[in-house]
Ligand binder design. Sequence first.
Ligand SMILES: NC(=O)c1ccc[n+]([C@@H]2O[C@H](COP(=O)([O-])OP(=O)(O)OC[C@H]3O[C@@H](n4cnc5c(N)ncnc54)[C@H](O)[C@@H]3O)[C@@H](O)[C@H]2O)c1
Length: 434
Amino acid sequence: MHIAVIGTGYVGLVAGAGLADFGMKVTCVDKDVEKIEFLKKGLVPFYEPGLEELIRKNLKAGRLRFTHKLEEAVKSSLVIFICVGTPPNSDGSADLSQIKEVALALAETIDEYKVIVTKSTVPVGTNRWIKSLIDTHKKAKVEVDLISNPEFLREGSAVEDFMHPDRVIIGGESSYALAIIKDIYRPLYLAETPFIITNLETAELIKYASNAFLALKISFINEVANFCEKVGADVTVVAKGIGLDPRIGSKFLNPGPGFGGSCLPKDVKALVHQGQKLDSPFKILEAVWEVNEKQKLKAIEKLETLLGDLKDKTIGILGLSFKPNTSDVRESPALVIVPKLLEKGAKVKVYDPVAMEEFKRSIENKEIIYSSNPLECATSAEALLILTEWNEFRFLDLNQIKGIMKKPIIVDMRNIYEPATVKNLGFLYSGIGR
Ligand SMILES: NC(=O)c1ccc[n+]([C@@H]2O[C@H](COP(=O)([O-])OP(=O)(O)OC[C@H]3O[C@@H](n4cnc5c(N)ncnc54)[C@H](O)[C@@H]3O)[C@@H](O)[C@H]2O)c1
């Protein structure tokens, strides 16, 4: 089976390499020529554990190739996966310009029957819109079938998630196209992965409803954490206590500096927008959003409580990516917190194991001091602020850190330390909700 994957971001690259590993012949396309040249050498332009190895293995086996020419990939493929970005517009709706560009390019190129699979997260109704765009603009009199196959991989464990998903969602109308897609995913079917075969609209909505629910859990536990601080309760124990109820579940109940990343924020906003447009508002998600925006400022409030005016105070920040094991800083709370600290006149030093380059590209500010390790970041700092729970931050030599800081203050927005242990070492410690 020959497959084209359009867009080699996190989703396209992982899906392309994963499908090649299932035994398909995969051609990955991206309009970014530089990226394609990089990928041809077996290099990955971002940090994702295990991805480079998977790509190299399948390049070597001759099952995976890269091109910037869409036509070259599409002509030889029966199935085309669309994996381009759907970033937010300023009104919160999903920007479908990359999808439209691909649909029009496909209309121009396709000269025989194709199955077009949308993996990008797209608003309900988009697959029908893509089909009508292609049908209206197609050069050749050929049929296409659309399949919605949303992706649920998580950055940081994307390869594992793609190879062993919790579920595979396939939406479509043509039984022929559905059979082809089921065949592609046969290795997962044989491994007893649950499959949900449904219509286009349901599949599209499953993706948004999943991300919206995860965001809701995070905002909920963040509000519980803030309440815990007022009443002397410990949010980590509350989360454990409620999470043992299987109807609630223990995952996604860790408080923090607010959710970020390339998916949760934009998908919450896009679903709110879809609801407003159809006069079926998602009031609950509007509140989720509001809570999250406020939560990003919690770290500043905590620093001010401990240090007073932040003007000329040096703050060391550990962690810039929105979560560990990724270099992705899209919508990371650090992108709100760092500028806010600078605005308040603080001196900001930062360190992240892999996300510093992406952070530098996202925030142009010459005053930020980039440190080459956590110790350098803590040196002369009046407070150390932990924003991402990278494992390496859990095992820092806190005695050494205390010796090099100007003041022994830790604001731990991920609760990676035991309060009593850190306090016993002589730190002023503020976790979240404990
Ligand atoms: N990143 C995630 O964790 C994740 C998880 C699940 C779903 N998704 C969804 O998957 C989609 C892709 O996300 P991503 O993070 O991989 O995006 P990304 O921005 O990292 O990658 C998109 C890629 O598409 C390429 N592209 C854009 N227009 C193109 C065109 N006309 N022809 C060829 N290539 C083109 C871009 O150059 C880029 O390399 C989004 O809809 C996102 O919501 C993302």
